[in-house]
Design a protein around this ligand. Structure first.
Ligand code: 4G0
Length: 225
């Protein structure tokens, strides 16, 4: 069981992934728990502001410390949780990071908006993560990417043939081409080896195609091997 707590100004944004069949079932089966906390509720200011203009001047707004600090400390056992700030300046998120996080039992995700956080917020957390080199309007989509990718690594979350260990990236290789019925689609047929029944040949073909595809598209992954 992993417990996710998510600090966000837009908790409704998470409805989609939490109502999706796989994560919904994981929640129902007590394999994960996701709690959303709107830190605006912790603002003590008259208009419930959570941001202000930057010291030193300049455009944009900066998320202030007090609402995030108080929201964080309202979470039971927050001192033992792995606390993550979602920021374009964080360490880059990969399948290896997902695996590392899947071993935690309590993860707190802090989603910011605006132009960024008051620098002192960084001292509240254990980790800063970026899901890639691009800017979003908030940290919610990165938080959802983490909740989804970590949850599917928890034993029992995936059923069927979607078993995680054979996935791409698990072995730093892209998957080989895959085919299903019909055998002939508008003249495009399935490689004969796949219908040969020779499992040794099939395994060999898949390994070669996987390597070929990784070389063509993601040579950087081969350096990691
Ligand atoms: C903090 C994460 C948060 C600072 C968050 C923006 C992309 C990512 C945010 C900023 C995010 C990512 C300085 C623009 C919210 N966008 N790549 N937006 N700045 O993980």
């Amino acid at each position: 069981m992993i417990n996710f707590d998510c600090l966000t100004l837009f908790p409704e944004m998470f409805n989609g992934i939490l109502e999706d069949s796989i994560l919904k079932r994981a929640i129902e089966n007590n394999l994960i728990e996701v709690k959303l906390h709107n830190f605006r509720e912790f603002s003590t200011l008259k208009h419930k502001n959570v941001d202000d203009s930057p010291y030193g001047g300049g455009a944009g707004m900066v998320l202030m410390c007090p609402p995030i600090y108080d929201c964080l400390h309202s979470i039971e056992n927050n001192e033992n949780a792995h606390k993550i700030l979602l920021t374009p300046q964080g360490r880059k998120y990969t399948q290896d990071v997902a695996k590392e996080l899947s071993k935690k039992d309590h993860i707190i995700l802090i989603c910011g908006h605006y132009e960024g956080f008051d620098e002192r917020i960084r001292s509240f957390v254990d980790d800063e993560i970026s899901v890639g080199d691009y800017i979003l309007t908030g940290g919610e989509i990165p938080a959802m990417a983490i909740i989804d990718s970590v949850s599917r690594l928890i034993p029992g979350v995936l059923h069927n043939d979607e078993s995680a260990p054979t996935d791409s990236f698990e072995n730093n290789l892209l998957e080989c081409p895959q085919y299903t019925k019909p055998f002939d689609f508008m003249g495009m047929t399935v490689p004969e080896v796949l219908v040969s029944g020779n499992h040794q040949e099939i395994d060999k073909w898949r390994k070669e195609e996987s390597l070929k595809r990784t070389k063509e598209r993601r040579n950087d992954l081969l350096d990691k091997k």
